[in-house]
Design a protein around this ligand. Structure first.
Ligand SMILES: *Cc1c(COP(=O)(O)O)cnc(C)c1O
Length: 366
């Protein structure tokens, strides 16, 4: 048997005719930039995120970059974040000229450890950027408490966690803004790149909207330097077809997770810890194991897809050496990077496939 880490063709087969019709509608209209599909998607994503406003953008990366630029974050500022994330979180901070300041993770959830944040706050700190990793939100109450006390903006990197909840509140709705990605491997994935920012702050919304189009307002007058961060209407059209299925796809992922949890219980395989405060959308199902790299080779030999998210924590990336971090500075993140492994969790998996994945892993450990 062969079980890929993700099978986009399996999902596409279930919605192909609708996607083709929606894309064709955009092509026939020749509204190739902006237009009604983008507006409709923005309204719907704002609504499902319990937010008043949404701005469609070109990617999750540009969602983060636009947020930081719109909050006037730049040279000399410090942004507190997690080192255990996809590169974009930290890359965007650095691109504004600000310095990322890393705080170690909670070893159980892999998200930023709120207990370590306050001692990282300095006079230069402007914002905290928690990342809701693998589909589970960070522990937001203590994060918001520290942010409010020190007058810091909170930007949620919710790229992996659209519609997931913390104490019943939606990802992206707790901080000043939340950033989503429609990269094809996310729970709500486009047919290419795309992203969105949600917020309840009307002033920030206006600025994000202007910055998406080079900071132009009125047309050809620029008080601010923005970029071309626009969402492609073809992506919006495909995403509008997929959106009604999102909850059912995430529910199927949760069912698959529960299935694996049961198969691995009482074994050496550590299953994901989901806080009782959270409902995860399981963008990834990440186990923690000894001899991780050997297991990976074994899985690949047996045609089971798997991946390490992420093998090198941001503070040890070569491009961030100028920040002066060294090995041992953030031990939980460094240990996690050596032990985590994502296995197939996508909604179209059959019981037979899950059994094959789990049995192949358990066979490795004897
Ligand atoms: C996917 C992702 C991003 C970037 O999104 P793109 O759409 O690929 O630019 C940012 N942060 C995290 C945590 C992500 O998983």
């Amino acid at each position: 048997m062969e079980v890929p880490l993700l099978d986009l063709k399996a999902q596409y087969a279930t919605i192909k005719d609708e996607v083709l019709a929606a894309v064709s509608e955009v092509l026939e209209s020749q509204r190739c930039v902006g237009g009604p599909k983008v507006n409709e998607l923005e309204e719907k994503i704002a609504a499902i995120s319990d937010c008043k406003f949404a701005v469609g953008v070109s990617s999750g990366t540009d969602a983060i970059l636009n947020c930081l630029m719109s909050l006037d974050i730049g040279a000399g500022d410090e942004i507190i974040t997690t080192p255990f994330t996809f590169f974009a979180t930290v890359g965007c901070i650095s691109r504004t000229g600000a310095n990322p300041v890393f705080v170690d993770i909670d070893a159980r959830t892999f998200n930023i450890n709120p207990e370590l944040i306050e001692s990282a706050v300095t006079g230069k700190t402007k914002a905290i950027m928690p990342v809701h990793l693998y589909g589970q939100m960070a522990d937001m109450d203590p994060i918001m408490e520290i942010a409010n006390k020190h007058d810091l903006a909170v930007i949620e990197d919710a790229a992996q966690s659209i519609t997931s909840t913390y104490k019943g509140r939606k990802a992206g709705s707790i901080g000043r803004a939340g950033c989503f990605s429609f990269f094809p491997s996310k729970n709500l994935g486009g047919i290419g790149d795309g992203g969105m920012i949600v917020t309840n702050d009307e002033q920030l919304y206006q600025r994000l909207f202007i910055m998406r189009n080079h900071g132009s307002k009125p047309k050809y007058y620029h008080r601010h330097i923005g970029g071309n961060f626009r969402l492609d209407p073809i992506q919006a059209a495909a995403l509008l077809v997929k959106l009604p299925h999102l909850d059912q796809w995430s529910e199927a992922r949760r069912r698959n997770a529960a299935y694996y949890d049961k198969k691995f219980s009482g074994t050496v395989v550590q299953t994901p810890y989901i806080s009782p405060d959270c409902i995860s959308i399981f963008n990834q199902y990440v186990i923690r194991v000894p001899r991780r790299d050997e297991l990976m080779a074994h899985l690949r030999d047996n045609n089971v897809g798997c991946e390490v998210y992420y093998p090198i924590p941001a503070h040890l990336q070569e491009c961030f050496s100028y920040l002066g971090y060294k090995e041992g500075d953030l031990p939980e993140a460094e240990q996690a990077a050596k032990e985590v492994l994502a296995i197939p969790i996508y909604s179209e998996l059959t019981d037979e496939m899950k059994d094959y994945v789990a049995d192949t892993i358990l066979a490795f450990f004897g």
